[in-house]
Design a protein around this ligand. Structure first.
Ligand SMILES: [Zn+2]
Length: 308
C-alpha cells in the first residue's frame, strides 16, 4: 500500500480521503495500479490524461472515461468521498447503520442514503466471501426473521407448532463452518429438498454436518457424517455435535435487523442477512482491510437503479 493511502481509524480515513480527487487516485491505484486501462476496449498503451485529473482518453477506441466507469460509483450524483464514508461506516459498524444516520452524517437526503446503502449491500450480498466451499465441522440451522414488531418472535420452536402465525416472517437458512465462514439464504419456505441441496452444493465432501432434529435435514447422512441434536428433548450438545455457533449468529442478525434497521422489507431481507454474514466472515480483518476488500468488490459490479 502506498504511503499516501495509509489510514487506521475514521479520523485518518477522513484525512486520507479528504476530497473526490484523493478517492479517485485510490480507485485508480486499486483498479489499475496507477496505470489507466480503457474500460471499453482494455487498451492500456496510449491513454491520455485530461487536465481535470479525472478524465482519460483512449487512443485506440477514442472514447473518454474515468476510473468509475463500470463501478457502483458510475454516474452517481453523490461525491465519491461520501460513498467512501458510507462504505467505511456500514462495513465497520458491528450492527450496521441506518439510512437516517448515514443521511445525517453525509448531509444528504435520506432516500439517497437508503439507495446508496442498498447498492453497497448488494455488493456485500454477492461477495466472494460466500463463494468458497465450507469444510470441516458445519452447523446448519434455520430461523424466521422480520415481521411486525408485535409479532416478532425468534423462538425457532414455532416451526413445530401448528397454527402460530408466521405469515409476515421470512425463513432464513444458514450453514456455518466452525471457526470459519457462514453462508445465509432467505427462502420462500423451509423446503427440505432445497435446504439439503444448498448444503450439498456448498459443503465439501467428507465434512461433518450438525443440525437439530428438524425433518428437513433427514437423509443428509447419505452424503456426510450427520450429527443430530435433539432440542425437543432438551439436548443442546453431544460432543462435537451442536449448533451453538450458528444460533449465536442468528442473534447477531437479530441485533442488526431489530436494533438498527427495525422495519425490513421482505424483498430486501436477503441483503440484510448477507450484510450481517459479510461482517461475520470478515470479523478477523481490521476495519481498514474490510473497507478495502469491499471497495475492490464494488469496482467489479455494475448496479443500476433497476437492480435495487
Ligand atoms: Zn478504448
Amino acid at each position: 500500500m502506498e504511503n499516501r493511502f495509509v489510514f487506521k481509524g475514521l479520523s485518518s480515513f477522513l484525512e486520507t480521503f479528504h476530497d473526490d480527487n484523493s478517492c479517485r487516485k485510490f480507485l485508480e491505484y486499486l483498479l489499475w495500479e496507477g496505470k489507466p486501462i480503457c474500460p471499453y476496449c482494455e487498451h492500456r498503451k496510449k491513454i491520455y490524461a485530461f487536465k481535470n485529473l479525472k478524465t482519460f482518453k483512449c487512443s485506440d477506441c477514442k472514447r473518454n472515461f474515468t476510473v468509475t466507469v463500470g463501478t457502483i460509483f458510475h454516474s452517481s450524483n453523490i461525491p465519491i468521498k461520501k460513498w467512501f464514508i458510507a462504505m467505511y461506516l456500514l462495513s465497520s459498524h458491528k450492527t450496521g447503520i441506518s439510512s437516517y444516520q448515514i443521511a445525517k452524517h453525509l448531509e444528504i437526503a435520506q432516500p439517497n442514503a437508503w439507495y446508496m446503502l442498498h447498492k453497497i449491500r448488494k455488493v456485500m450480498a454477492g461477495s466472494d466471501q460466500f463463494k468458497d466451499m465450507l469444510q470441516g465441522i458445519i452447523e446448519a440451522d434455520e430461523t424466521y426473521v422480520g415481521g411486525k414488531n408485535k409479532n416478532r418472535h425468534w423462538d425457532k420452536k414455532f416451526k413445530y407448532s401448528q397454527g402460530r402465525s408466521i405469515v409476515d416472517k421470512t425463513p432464513v437458512f444458514g450453514i456455518l463452518q466452525r471457526g470459519g465462514k457462514v453462508i445465509v439464504w432467505t427462502l420462500d419456505s423451509l423446503n427440505g429438498s432445497n435446504m439439503r441441496r444448498l448444503i450439498r452444493l456448498n459443503v465439501e465432501q467428507g465434512s461433518i454436518i450438525c443440525t437439530d432434529e428438524y425433518k428437513a435435514y433427514k437423509g443428509l447422512n447419505k452424503y456426510f457424517e450427520h450429527g443430530i441434536i435433539d432440542h425437543s428433548r432438551g439436548r443442546h450438545k453431544e460432543g462435537i455435535y451442536h449448533t451453538n455457533n450458528i444460533e449465536g449468529f442468528w442473534n447477531f442478525i437479530k441485533r442488526e435487523i431489530m436494533g438498527t434497521y427495525r422495519k425490513v422489507n421482505k424483498d430486501y431481507l436477503n441483503r440484510y442477512a448477507r450484510e450481517a454474514a459479510y461482517r461475520y466472515n470478515t470479523r478477523k480483518l481490521s476495519d481498514k482491510d474490510r473497507f478495502i476488500g469491499l471497495l475492490k468488490e464494488s469496482l467489479c459490479v455494475k448496479i443500476t437503479r433497476k437492480h435495487i
